[in-house]
Design a protein around this ligand. Structure first.
Ligand code: NAD
Ligand code: ZN
Length: 368
C-alpha cells in the first residue's frame, strides 16, 4: 500500500530544508518498505542542500537509518516482515566485477542508484504528485522508505535501532577508514582532521586498532574534548597554531596515518603534510567537485608516502555492519556516546543548525 510519511526534503540548493508529508509507494520487485526508527544527520545531507554534493532536488534526505521491514516486494528472499535493517547509501549489486572482487563500495551499478532506486525511478512523490529523488537511493530521513534490497543490510535484533542507524554511515565510514582502507597497524601514530560524527569514529577506530598516539585536529574545543573521550591522546586546535600539520609533526615526529574528515583540499594537503616516512593519508571528507589539492610530489617516492580515498570506510556492508555491531555489543566501540541529541522529525531544521554549530557528536532523528 502507498503510505503517507513525514520526510525531510531539500527543495532547492541554498534554501532551508522542509519537513513535508510525502507518499511512499509500496515495494516493487526486489524492494522492501521499512518503517524508519531513527536516522542520523550527516554532513553529507547538509552538503546535498548546498549543492556541494550534486544530487538534484527535490530530494528526500537521509542515508544513515535503521528500521523494521513492513512490506516486501516480489522476489525478495533475504528479508521478511519484522526484520531489522540498516540502510546502505551504496547500492551493491553483488554481481559486477568490483562486487565479486570484494569491493562493493565501488559497485559498477551503484552509479545508477545515486539519487533514485537502481532502476532509475523513485517510489516517493510529494503532495502534488511530483517525483522526489532520494539521497543515495535511500531517502531515509522519513517515516517510511522503500529501498532496493541492494541498499539494505539485515542486522540482529537486540541492538537499539538509534545506535544501529549510525553504522549506516558515520561509524562505518570512520572506523572502516581505519580498519579497511588504512589497515592501521597496532603501535602506529595517527592524526584525524575534523572531529564530526565521521572523525570521532576514525578516532575510536584508531584506538580500537591499537594506535599509540592519536592526534585530534579541529577548530572547535568542544569537539576536541569529545575526541579525548573517544581515545585521542593529543589535540590541536587549528585556531591556536600557525600550521596544524607542523603542530602534529612536532607532537608525533610525523604520523603513520592521517585521516581527512572535513571535505576540503586544503585539509587533505595538511593531512598529507603531517605524515612521517612511509605514511598514508586517507581522504574521507567529500569535497566540492571543483575542489583541488596540492601535495609535494617528491615525497611520494622519496618517503614512500601514500594518498588514498575511502568511501563508506571501504565497507563490505553485509559483512562489516554486523561486525561493527558485534564490536559494540562486546564493549569495544562506543555507539551510545555518539548520540549527543535526539530530535523529532519536526525538529529536523534544528538538528541541521546544531550540526553546523558543531554542538553534536551526532544528532539523530527518532521516529515514533
Ligand atoms: P560534521 O559536520 O559532523 O563534522 C565536521 C567537523 O570538521 C566539525 O567538527 C568541524 O568543526 C570540523 N572542521 C571544519 N573545518 C575544519 C578544518 N579546516 N580543519 C579541521 N576541522 C575542521 O561532519 P561529518 O558528518 O563528520 O562529515 C565529515 C565529512 O565526511 C563531510 O565532508 C562528509 O560529507 C564526509 N563523509 C564522507 C563519507 C565517505 O564515505 N567518504 C561518508 C560520510 C560523510
Ligand atoms: Zn553520511
Amino acid at each position: 500500500m502507498t503510505r503517507d510519511a513525514k520526510a525531510v526534503v531539500c527543495r532547492e540548493w541554498g534554501q532551508p530544508i522542509t519537513v513535508e508529508t510525502i507518499k511512499v509507494a509500496p515495494p516493487k520487485r526486489n524492494e522492501i518498505t521499512i518503517k524508519v526508527a531513527a536516522c542520523g544527520v550527516c554532513h553529507s545531507d547538509l552538503s546535498a542542500t548546498t549543492g556541494k554534493i550534486q544530487y538534484p532536488p527535490p530530494l528526500v534526505l537521509g542515508h544513515e537509518a535503521a528500521g523494521v521491514v513492513i512490506e516486501v516486494g516480489e522476489g525478495v528472499t533475504d528479508f521478511k516482515e519484522g526484520d531489522h535493517v540498516v540502510s546502505s547509501f551504496i547500492s551493491m549489486c553483488g554481481k559486477c566485477r568490483q562486487c565479486v572482487r570484494g569491493r562493493p563500495v565501488l559497485c559498477e551499478n551503484a552509479r545508477k542508484a545515486m539519487f533514485t532506486l537502481p532502476d532509475g525511478t523513485v517510489r516517493t512523490t510529494d503532495a502534488d504528485g511530483n517525483d522526489l529523488n532520494v539521497f543515495g537511493a535511500c531517502g531515509v530521513m522519513a517515516e517510511y522508505a522503500t529501498l532496493h534490497v541492494d541498499n539494505a543490510v539485515k542486522i540482529e535484533e537486540g541492538v537499539p535501532l538509534q545506535n544501529a542507524a549510525l553504522v549506516g554511515c558515520a561509524v562505518m565510514t570512520g572506523v572502516g577508514a581505519v580498519f579497511n582502507t588504512a589497515k592501521l597497524e597496532p603501535g602506529s601514530r595517527a592524526a584525524v582532521f575534523g572531529i564530526g560524527g565521521v572523525g570521532l569514529n576514525a578516532i575510536q577506530g584508531c584506538a580500537t586498532a591499537g594506535a599509540e598516539m592519536i592526534v585530534a585536529v579541529d577548530t572547535n574545543d568542544k569537539k576536541l574534548e569529545m575526541a579525548k573521550e573517544f581515545g585521542a591522546t593529543h589535540t590541536v586546535n587549528i585556531n591556536e597554531v600557525d600550521d596544524a600539520a607542523k603542530a602534529v609533526k612536532k607532537l608525533t615526529g610525523g604520523v603513520d596515518y592521517a585521516f581527512e574528515c572535513v571535505g576540503a583540499g586544503a585539509v587533505a594537503a595538511q593531512a598529507y603534510k603531517c605524515l612521517g616516512r612511509g605514511g598514508t593519508a586517507v581522504v574521507v571528507g567529500v569535497a566540492d567537485p571543483r575542489d583541488k589539492t596540492e601535495i609535494g610530489t617528491l615525497s611520494l617516492p622519496a618517503d614512500e608516502r601514500t594518498l588514498k580515498g575511502s568511501w563508506l570506510g571501504s565497507a563490505r556492508p553485509q559483512h562489516d555492519f554486523p561486525r561493527i555491531l558485534a564490536l559494540y555489543k562486546a564493549g569495544k566501540l562506543k555507539l551510545d556516546e555518539l548520540i549527543t541529541q535526539t530530535y523529532s522529525i519536526d525538529q529536523a531544521p534544528q538538528a541541521f543548525d546544531d550540526m553546523v554549530a558543531g554542538k553534536n557528536a551526532r544528532g539523530v532523528i527518532v521516529f515514533d
